[in-house]
Each structure stands twice: as C-alpha cells, then as structure tokens.
Design a protein around this ligand. Structure first.
Ligand code: 5GP
Length: 183
C-alpha cells in the first residue's frame, strides 16, 4: 500500500485529539507527527508525546534553519511540523497523519499537493462553543481567541477534500480510518 500523507484539521474543540487517539488504536501503523509548540503543556501532556514543547527562541531557530514543513501562530502561540521525521516515515511507506490548523494545512497543500485534506466538523457551532467552553483548559482570553479562530476555520471547510462530522465518535473514526488507509 503506498504511503499517504493525510492532514486533519478542524476548529479547536471539535474533538481532533480524541479522534486521533482512537485512530491510533484502529490503525496501529499510522504515524502521527509530533509538532513543536511554544505553548505550555496542559496537565497530562508529556514533552515529546503530544508535542515537543519549546521556547520562542528555539522555535524561531527551527524556522530559520528550515526545519519545519509548515508553521503558524494560533491563539498567541507558535506551532510547527518538523520536516525530517515526516519525510523519513513517508519514505518508509507508512501512512502519516498531521493534526494541524488551517494556515498550516494551506502551507502543506502548497508544499505537498499529493496529500489529502480532511476537515473534522462539529455537528453545529452551538455544540462546538459548548465543548470549547466546557474544557476549562484555557484562560478567558485564550478561549475568546480560539472561538474567533473556530469561526474562521469553519468557514474554510470547503477547501478540504473530505469533511467528517464528529457527531458520533465511532463513525467519525471509522471514516477517517478509511481515508488514511485508502490506496
Ligand atoms: P492545541 O493548543 O489545542 O493543542 O492546538 C491548537 C491548534 O494548533 C489546533 O488546531 C491544532 O490542530 C493546531 N496545531 C497543532 N500542531 C500544529 C502544527 O504543527 N502546525 C500547525 N499549523 N498547527 C498545529
């Protein structure tokens, strides 16, 4: 089966993290890129697992050295995808998943036109707002920034090759699993 790069995007609070965690169980050979970020770790997050947590100067140095395939600022923090590990996995023929926001997805589309782009959508904006504000992991200002970005991301859903609605987790995971393993 050929290597396939899949980019999964969707507004903050839509449940990307949960879908990706389940996807790893359903498709154990999927390799999920570990992004670098300048934001601080949430409780339970481990450096090198969910993210590589770096300082702003470290992040800027990676950008300057061309080490990131794409990078973007989101709600006041920087996020980026290290280029080398991803290239290694694709060369090894493994399916690869990036879970990134809209601006990064657009950069990947320009850099790697053969990738497929999947948008994870909430059943409704109201449900998204409820999920986001019920999470209690962000400050009020961060939450407001994330809500604003969520509206922008929702408006861009039709730029993606596939839209998967996260109304039923099992079905949404099955749909994403079918896409990441499609020949
Ligand atoms: P969070 O802080 O909630 O973990 O992530 C915030 C947003 O950044 C999410 O939409 C997530 O998909 C996105 N993100 C995570 N890693 C990257 C990355 O490497 N590049 C880009 N462009 N976005 C990322």
């Amino acid at each position: 089966m050929p290597a396939r790069l899949t980019v999964l995007s969707g507004p903050s609070g839509v449940g990307k993290g949960t879908v990706v965690a389940r996807l790893r169980q359903v498709v154990p050979r999927i390799w999920v890129s570990v992004s670098c970020t300048t934001r601080t770790a949430r409780p339970g997050e481990v450096d090198g697992v969910q993210y590589r947590f770096v300082t702003r100067p470290q992040f800027d140095a990676m950008v300057a050295a061309g080490e990131l395939l794409e990078h973007a600022e989101f709600a006041g923090q920087c996020y980026g995808t290290p280029r080398a590990p991803l290239a290694d996995r694709l060369a090894a023929g493994e399916p690869v998943l990036l879970e990134i926001e809209l601006q990064g997805a657009r950069q990947v589309r320009a850099a790697m036109p053969g990738a497929q782009f999947v948008f994870l959508a909430p059943p409704s904006i109201e449900i998204l707002v409820r999920r986001l504000s019920g999470r209690h992991t962000e400050s009020e200002a961060e939450l407001a920034a994330r809500m604003e970005r969520a509206r922008i991301e929702m408006a861009a859903a039709d730029e993606f090759d596939h839209v998967v609605v996260n109304d039923d987790l099992d079905r949404a995971v099955a749909e994403v699993a079918a896409l990441v393993t499609a020949p």
